[in-house]
Design a protein around this ligand. Structure first.
Ligand code: 13P
Length: 266
């Protein structure tokens, strides 16, 4: 049984972290957590995520419609973006959206984070593509994000910010930290004359470590390599964007499980 109040407190703690670490300014950013297939908690729109208390947090259904919200609070204007992640990735338990300075600068410059420059970034993220620009709060962002969802756990949103997701809230938040740290290292090494990139063999060895660690989520170590040996470090961040891309395994497993349960009459 999920303790809803504890999760609301955790959302407030993570809100403070993203605010105190300069990953958002003013009222920017939003956070959501899945409670069940039709119940989600999310931050309210138009408040500083650094100063929230549990009564700020709203509850919505899978369509993003309000189930419960205290007077004066409405769900995040970006709730559609969060819901699209849950819809397409049944393995995801939490989503974090922020505007960290370095990652957002890459998103504004239109440069995806695809250079393999340090082991942790290769293992944790693989690479981070850019979802094409969409107007905030409309379906444009979820629609442009969708093709990346089966292959990645972090994307840059063109000219806007970054979005990460994972099995739970702490993991989704830590992914945001990893994206920003990777972006900062990439930026600063460019200033110093350009990063020295790992060669393919080194990248493959790091992918192998990732596979052995059995980490959850999507990563080129598990997916893109199945596509003719391609990985994001040599496909320019677009290996998840081809129309003929195979269906992601988590989605397929969820579909098959649903069909089996239906046949069993559950
Ligand atoms: P909300 O306050 O509506 O969640 O919006 C903040 C934001 O960062 C929009 O991209």
């Amino acid at each position: 049984m999920v303790n809803e109040f504890e999760i609301k407190k955790q959302i407030c703690d993570i809100g403070k972290r993203i605010y105190n670490r300069n990953m958002v300014a003013a009222n920017d950013g939003n956070i959501s957590v899945k409670l069940s297939d039709d119940e989600f908690l999310c931050t309210p729109t138009g408040v500083s995520k650094g100063f929230m208390t549990p009564e700020y947090i709203c509850k919505v259904n899978a369509k993003g419609e309000v189930i419960q919200a205290n007077p004066g609070f409405r769900p995040s204007s970006e709730i559609k973006m969060h819901m699209r992640v849950y819809q397409k990735r049944p393995d995801v338990g939490a989503v974090v959206h922020a505007h960290p300075v370095y990652a957002t600068s890459f998103a504004i410059a239109g440069i995806p984070l695809t250079q393999p420059i340090m082991p942790e970034a290769v293992i944790a993220l693989g690479c981070v593509p850019i979802a094409e620009y969409g107007t905030p709060s409309t379906n444009e962002i979820p629609d442009r994000l969708e093709k990346y969802l089966p292959y990645y756990d972090a994307v840059l949103l063109e000219s806007h910010g970054a979005l990460t997701w994972s099995v739970d809230l702490l993991a989704a938040y830590l992914k945001m930290e990893s994206v920003e740290f990777y972006a900062q290292l990439l930026y600063q090494s460019k200033v110093l004359g350009g990063p020295k990139e790992f060669d393919k063999e080194t990248v493959q060895r790091l992918y192998e470590i990732r596979r052995q660690m059995g980490l959850p989520g999507k990563h080129p170590a598990n997916l893109c390599l199945n596509k003719g040996g391609m990985n994001c470090h040599n496909c320019g961040g677009g290996c998840g964007s081809t129309d003929s891309a195979p269906e992601a395994d988590a989605e397929l497993i969820a579909k098959i499980t649903k069909q089996v349960l239906e046949q069993l009459g559950k």
